[in-house]
Design a protein around this ligand. Structure first.
Ligand code: BES
Ligand code: MN
Ligand code: ZN
Length: 497
């Protein structure tokens, strides 16, 4: 798909389709009004007859509108004008693109990006539109023997801006939006791939492909390397698995040499059975998504590298399966982490924190400016925040604010939970420095408390993406979140947001 920006007027678009909005009830957008005027009230006549009410996300394809150069007009419902905000904007763009994809149109000029969205400037509108359009076109059929090979003619989408002076800004935002969408799509595909394909080795291979494509430095530590280092916590999770674990280290350096890097850590459990503390059978297939943190940090590097952001970024991915077996870690086992602290593993299903804690310690060798880990860490987070916001916990308020604001910009939101000392009590162990679980209450927070003991002295934040990384049910599939949040965070740091 090709994307572009244009400042032309709607009636003069020589394309297969012009897309304009209709507010509820029955009110054309500015671009819609222009077409209505030159067509001798052709559109308002349709609307008057009740063919398009303006309900959010509804669409009506109108062929042969008189007086314009385009072959058709697609009317898109926007909902009530005073309720038209970020969510509505995104939905309208997505449903426009989905409908266009079902028509015979080869190209389309979309007059939605010039709509006013409260508090959001042009760059935001274009970036989000590009992301929403790409997301609407995403399909995952890699594992089907027959591909859905209906030939879709749609090849080119053009987003409108109101003035010529906005073209340059629009182009930049379009480039950013498309890069974020590419990264998000990579994360989605890695998430959607089954665990018998997307193994730790497969993730390492994906990292290698990124490294080759964008001249990144890559190092993959094998089991023996990790044994030598003393990553006892990570290795305790990998013990039950025949599939070799990997510790992926990917470095992107386009900032000043003296700039301390941002380190992103992604949880890469390619399948979480729970280990000896076996999970129940229902929905266990969804535990193939337990590497979504890893997928999202890979997607983020992809976006950052494509945009050649002038920053230093290091990505760490501890990746393994969590399997039961005669070699697997038993509840009650005590292990020594890379930091030297010991952990009593009371529940082998709390494995995410065990692989992340060694990665957090490993991160110190990069003398980071800050560290952000991303993990499908706790079922409790799904209960607390559902699939709307991810959980955010940090040892630094400034970093927390940056991430929250990036999430709000990207419409990929995070909500902060407290990391007060009081919660640390729950991790006390009679047999080791700490236990790996903290009992029933505040499961998301105690998991983060555990991690905080390995964050060292640098600024650190933790994103619990258990509720947002994938959707279950009929629409089951990876969302690619939080690639948009993370990329916005880095765009902001690079000063180009
Ligand atoms: N990967 C899961 C968390 C998870 C569960 C994410 C369900 C999304 C949906 C994680 O490894 C896990 O099993 N966590 C346990 C921790 C508990 C044993 C303290 C949980 O949340 O039940
Ligand atoms: Mn688990
Ligand atoms: Zn897990």
């Amino acid at each position: 798909m090709e994307f572009s920006i244009s400042s032309g007027s709607p009636e003069k678009q020589r394309s297969a389709c012009v897309v304009v909005g209709v507010f509820e009830p029955r009110k054309l957008s500015v671009a819609g009004e222009i077409i209505d005027h030159v067509s001798g009230r052709y559109l308002s006549e349709l609307i008057r007859r009740g063919d398009m009410e303006g309900r959010l996300g509804s669409t009506l394809l109108v062929p042969r509108v008189p007086g314009i150069l385009a072959d058709r007009v697609l009317l898109v419902g926007l909902g009530k004008e005073r309720d038209f905000r970020e969510n509505e904007y995104q939905k309208a763009v997505a449903s426009a693109v989905r409908t266009l994809n079902e028509t015979g149109a080869f190209d389309a000029s979309i007059f939605l990006t010039d709509l006013p969205v409260k508090r959001r400037e042009l760059r935001w509108r274009i970036r989000i539109a590009a992301m929403a359009a790409r997301a609407a076109l995403y399909r995952f059929d890699l594992m089907k023997s027959k591909h859905d090979d209906v030939r879709r003619p749609l090849r080119k989408l053009t987003f409108s801006v109101s003035r010529r002076g906005e073209l340059a800004d629009g182009e930049l935002a379009l480039k950013q939006g498309l890069a974020i969408a590419e990264g998000t799509n990579l994360a989605k595909t890695l998430g959607n791939l089954p665990a018998n394909v997307c193994t730790p080795g497969y993730l390492a291979q994906q990292a290698a492909e990124l490294a080759t494509a964008h001249q990144l430095k890559l190092e993959v530590l094998e089991r023996v390397d990790m044994e030598k280092l003393g990553m006892g916590a990570f290795l305790s999770v990998a013990r039950g698995a025949l599939e070799p674990p990997k510790f992926i280290v990917l470095e992107y350096r386009r900032g000043n040499q003296s700039d301390k890097p941002v380190v992103l850590i992604g949880k890469g459990i390619t399948f979480d059975t729970g280990g000896i503390s076996l999970k129940p059978a229902a929905d266990m297939d969804e535990m193939k998504f337990d590497m979504s943190g890893a997928a999202s940090v890979l997607g983020t590097v992809k976006a950052v590298a494509e945009l050649e952001l002038p920053i230093n970024l290091v990505v760490l991915i501890p990746t393994t399966e969590n399997m039961p077996g005669s070699m697997a870690t038993r509840p009650g086992d005590v292990v020594t982490t890379l930091s030297g602290q010991t952990v009593e593993i009371l529940n082998t299903d709390a494995e995410g924190r065990l692989i992340l804690c060694d990665a957090l310690t490993y991160a110190e060798r990069f003398d980071p400016d800050c560290v952000v880990d991303v993990a499908t860490l706790t079922g409790a987070c799904v209960i607390a925040l559902g699939d709307v916001a991810c959980g955010l916990m940090a040892n630094d308020e400034g970093l927390a604010k940056e991430l929250i604001s990036a999430g709000s910009m990207a419409h990929d939101r995070a909500w902060q939970l407290p990391l007060w000392d009081d919660y640390h009590e729950q991790l006390k162990s009679n047999f080791a420095d700490m236990a790996n679980v903290g009992g029933r209450g505040a499961g998301t927070i105690t998991a983060a408390c555990f991690l905080s003991k390995f964050a060292g002295k640098h600024r650190w934040a933790h994103l619990d993406i258990a509720g947002v990384a994938w959707r279950g049910g009929k629409e089951k599939g990876s969302t690619g979140r939080p690639v948009p949040l993370l990329t916005h965070f880095l765009l902001d740091r690079a000063g180009v947001l």
